[in-house]
Design a protein around this ligand. Structure first.
Ligand SMILES: [Mg+2]
Length: 333
């Protein structure tokens, strides 16, 4: 038996749900989200803060959701109304579910994935998402004011940026270093006394490692079954899943991916339509991985990534991705 695993935001939808929620419900939310998203990248890749995984923006933003009285139901309602589906994905998923078990492994919040399952009639038990419960934690008025002040301060800090060439914290411009230091103080010292700090302890975003773990646990921990898996992803949190599936003989497909995806996947699809995912996966089911690679080349279905063409594919895919998903979302994570 073969198995289909896919990320959600990117291959299935064009949303960045956490970003959209922040932009919609919080004043200057776009700016706040951008600052936290870059801060998250800096902690994960430059500082390598122990125990800190990429995907942390989803955690860092939660106290501010609380400060502005966002609740579970509102997230679900908002998500339901704002789905941006990749063209033809619903019929493709319906088809794929007929030929093999299908799973969604997503970093997105549970209420978004819950709304998605309802909308496209996908079994929720076959999904992984970042579990959050905004209603369970109660915070007082004083804490809300404090959090709103922090949000304002973060928005007003010099803009955070992480250019592609920067490999060490010391290479960051001084103003960015200062902003990071202030954020460290806010999040890891001053907020320690707040009730909403609980979010940082209990929420475990489904990041890179968790996605790889999810696949393996779905297979009952049997690594030898990974050769039957096709995994579709598009960005940094798919990297580990790509690596583990590929190393063990499964098929890995980047769908309009960024450089992190194309550096780890064997096949790169750049497309406006999800049909190609159905086609490649069906070939995988019927003929196996080698045939998929062979026919991809022969009929120019998709690009098989190698040392020589990788750079060019990354460039094309990243340009297309920005246009396809919208400039701002395409740049994030
Ligand atoms: Mg994605």
């Amino acid at each position: 038996m073969k198995y289909f695993f896919t990320d959600c935001e990117g291959p299935l939808t064009k949303n960045d749900n956490a970003y959209e929620l922040t932009a919609c419900f919080l004043p200057w939310g776009e700016k706040l989200f951008r600052q936290l998203s870059v801060y998250d990248d800096i902690l994960a890749y430059l500082v390598k803060k122990p125990g800190y995984n990429a995907g942390g923006t989803l955690k860092l933003i939660l106290p501010f959701f609380k400060a502005y009285d966002l609740n579970n139901q509102e997230i679900e309602k908002f998500s339901q109304k704002n789905f941006l589906f990749v063209p033809h994905i619903i019929e493709t998923l319906n088809f794929l579910q007929k030929i093999m078990p299908c799973f969604i492994v997503s970093t997105s919040y549970r209420p978004y994935i819950h709304a998605l399952c309802k909308t496209i009639n996908f079994p929720e038990k076959n999904t992984y998402a970042t579990e959050i419960d905004l209603d369970k934690l109660k915070i007082g008025v004083k804490e809300k004011i404090k959090l709103k002040n922090y949000a304002q301060e973060i928005i007003n800090l010099p803009e955070l940026e992480l250019s592609a060439g920067v490999k060490k914290f010391s290479q960051l411009p001084d103003r960015v270093k200062k902003s990071v230091q202030r954020l460290n103080k806010i999040f890891w010292e001053e907020m320690n006394n707040l009730r909403s700090n609980k979010f940082f302890e209990i929420i475990r975003p489904v990041g890179g490692e968790e996605k790889a773990e999810a696949i393996l646990s779905q297979l009952g921990g049997r690594k030898e079954l990974l050769e039957n898996v096709v995994y579709v992803g598009d960005s940094i949190t798919d990297r580990q899943a790509f690596q583990v599936v590929r190393k063990n003989g499964g098929l890995t497909i980047s769908f309009n991916g960024n450089r992190y995806a194309i550096e780890s996947a064997e096949i790169a699809v750049i497309s406006r339509s999800a049909y190609i995912l159905g086609l490649l996966s069906a070939l995988f089911v019927h003929f196996g991985k080698e045939k998929v690679l062979e026919l991809s080349k022969k009929f120019a279905l998709a690009q098989v990534v190698n040392q020589t063409n990788r750079k060019e594919i990354i460039q094309k895919s990243e340009i297309f991705r920005k246009r396809f998903r919208g400039e701002r979302i395409g740049q994030l994570g």
